[in-house]
Design a protein around this ligand. Structure first.
Ligand SMILES: CCOCCOc1ccc(-c2cn(C[C@@H]3NC[C@@H](O)[C@H]3O)nn2)cc1
Length: 448
């Protein structure tokens, strides 16, 4: 038996997002989001699943918070649905939407749980997408207006703020690969979206500073760690491109005030350029306080001219996989956190990490041993990372409960709590009780 003790002030939490859990899609004055539209587009989402009901957390959030208290977390990451606050994107403010989130945040605080807010977790108001989305500066300005409304309303209640969740998914998964909403398949569009959201991020941080809002603000990129299939320079370069498009493409502008030139040149070869306007890079590089890092898996990649615009192909190495098909390899988290040090020893929170394990109820229990094993491996890496002196300050498991896993609908389950999507009954899984013990002890016991 090995015991890993965590720092006394280490934050333990879970994470969710508005569209994935709230439901009540036509209630409370909420407007239409791009995910409402995408989910109703035939062939885009498994089984045609949508977020109309989801986990019904809009109505059941007190039950969810009771589960969080039982779990023992001190931090809960969630997102606010922009379409609940400004239903048409940049027009009238919906007071009913603000009141809902005040009730929710107050209930979290009453439970002794620190709110950790994501302003944008993919549910863009459809009216803005109809007018060009993140590639149109109207959307950038609309985001700043929305962010300033939330800053003003929740300053003093919320102390941890993220502007965007997984900018690579927002830009490239959703606008180059077409797998997520709005489903574009165009590299220039994706680059325009990436730049627009970066400008929106920078302007929001400038507002945050100017308005004197409490707490710390940052952004949450998702990680794509990759190692070369062979020792060839070509395969290493293919890995460098994959890693950089998820990380450097966003963090270089923020921390260095410029895009990674090798990737700018690579996209130029493909006929795509970054639409930089005067002053943009200064805005984007407004200093931030923290980073959220979302890690799930890593790849072994090789150069392949036929493998999309990056020409980087992930190889199937026969590793154990989760039920969504992602290899279980915690080593990538350790390697990535050291890679991240090139931006300095910045405060980092793991804002998402978890396993898709689609176990079902058996005699009223879910014996998700594979999820426990995944968490054991990844928390052991977290301990190594902290021991190496890296400022890793907290960990939020994805996810508190099974929820709407985007294009996979409800078939892919990441929760510590099982949700029956017909009855909406919540049932803690064995991994819930395992995580509860880790939090209570503030240490990890590894079964040798
Ligand atoms: C066949 C080609 O495939 C290209 C990669 O396609 C994907 C799909 C999905 C993801 C993905 C999903 N998640 C989990 C979410 N993170 C945010 C939170 O909302 C979770 O639900 N992270 N990454 C990545 C890549």
């Amino acid at each position: 038996m090995t015991i890993f003790q965590f720092p006394q002030d280490f934050r333990w939490g879970t994470a969710t997002a508005s569209y994935q859990i709230e439901g009540a899609a036509q209630e409370g004055g909420r407007g239409v989001s791009i995910w409402d539209t995408f989910a109703r587009t035939p062939g885009k989402v498994f089984n045609g699943d949508n977020g109309d009901v989801a986990c019904d957390s809009y109505h059941r959030y007190e039950e969810d918070i009771a589960l969080m208290k039982k779990l023992g977390i001190n931090t809960y990451r969630f997102s606010i649905a922009w379409p609940r606050i400004i239903p048409d994107g940049d027009g009238e403010i919906n007071r009913e939407g603000l009141d809902f989130y005040h009730r929710f945040v107050d209930a979290l605080l009453d439970a002794g749980i620190e709110p950790f807010l994501t302003l944008y977790h993919w549910d863009l108001p459809q009216t803005l997408e109809d007018d060009g989305g993140w590639g149109n500066r109207r959307t950038v300005d609309a985001f700043v207006k929305y962010a300033e409304v939330i800053f003003k309303e929740f300053s003093g209640k919320i102390n941890f703020w993220l502007t965007f969740n997984e900018p690579w998914c927002i830009a490239f998964l959703s606008n180059m690969l077409g797998i997520h909403a709005p489903g574009n398949k165009d590299v220039q569009t994706a680059i325009n979206v990436a730049h627009g959201l970066l400008v929106a991020h920078g302007k929001a941080v400038q507002s945050f500073r100017r308005m004197g809002i409490t707490g710390q603000i940052g952004i949450a990129p998702n990680v794509c760690w990759a190692e070369p299939y062979s020792k060839s320079a070509e395969d290493q370069a293919a890995c460098d491109r994959s890693i950089a498009l998820n990380t450097d493409w966003f963090l270089d502008p923020i921390y260095k005030g410029s895009y990674p030139q090798f990737l700018v040149d690579w996209f130029a070869e493909a006929g795509a350029t970054v639409p930089i306007q005067d002053g943009d890079m200064e805005i984007i590089s407004e200093p931030i306080d923290l980073l959220g890092i979302n890690y799930y898996t890593m790849g072994i990649n090789r150069h392949n001219p036929d493998a999309g615009v990056l020409q980087s192909e992930e190889m199937n190495m026969g590793l154990i996989k989760t039920d969504i098909g992602w290899p279980v390899e915690s080593r990538g988290l350790y390697e990535f956190m050291h890679y991240l040090q090139k931006y300095g020893n910045v405060d980092v929170y793991i804002t998402e990490n978890g396993a898709c394990i689609n176990d079902d109820l058996e005699n009223g229990k879910i014996n998700d041993d594979r999820r426990i094993s995944y968490y054991e491996q990844h928390l052991a890496q977290i301990h190594r990372i902290i021991n190496d002196g890296i400022n890793l300050k907290g960990y939020m498991a994805w996810s508190l409960m099974d929820n709407y896993e985007w294009a996979e609908g409800y078939r892919m389950r990441f929760g510590l709590v099982h949700v029956d999507f017909r009855s909406l009954v919540r049932t803690p899984k064995e991994s819930f009780y395992w995580y509860q013990s880790v939090i209570k002890n503030n240490w990890l016991e590894i079964r040798n």
